[in-house]
Design a protein around this ligand. Structure first.
Ligand SMILES: [Zn+2]
Ligand SMILES: [Zn+2]
Length: 131
């Protein structure tokens, strides 16, 4: 599999690039087509000024106005991952369901190195501690 890095951030619902010990990962998830009409990509609803409501808990189809719960929708998507394995330094890429699972108490996207079969977690970004 050879994945191409995304060119347009507007097509994404998720993007991260980070180091994991001696390895690194780039991971992203494309927006999917509307499951109702299939004519447009689902997106966050927009305010009157045209800006997306990033914190909205649902996605809306700009074409037919079909809405779907954020988590229900995101569970149907795929995450694309390009990585250098922190365990064996293997460079590879993979696709996994965009579903976060519990990894040592932290919600993470977890994938397996295709070479050494070690599990590699992409944790949610740590929240900054309150001052
Ligand atoms: Zn639609
Ligand atoms: Zn590995």
């Amino acid at each position: 599999m050879t994945l191409e890095l995304p060119e347009d951030m507007d097509e994404l619902v998720y993007w991260t690039a980070r180091k994991i010990d001696d390895g690194n990962v780039k991971a992203w998830t494309y927006r999917g087509d509307c499951p109702e009409c299939g004519k447009a990509k689902m997106g966050k609803p927009k305010n009157k000024d045209g800006k997306a409501k990033i914190r909205a808990k649902f996605y809306e189809c700009p074409s037919c106005k079909f809405t779907i719960d954020k988590e229900e929708y995101e569970d149907t998507l795929e995450a694309c991952i390009i990585y250098t394995c922190p365990h064996c330094k293997h460079k590879g890429d993979t696709k996994i369901p965009y579903i976060r699972k519990n990894f040592k108490g932290v919600k993470s996207l977890i994938f397996e190195c295709e070479s050494c079969k070690e599990k590699i977690p992409i944790t949610k970004k740590m929240k900054k501690p309150k001052k």
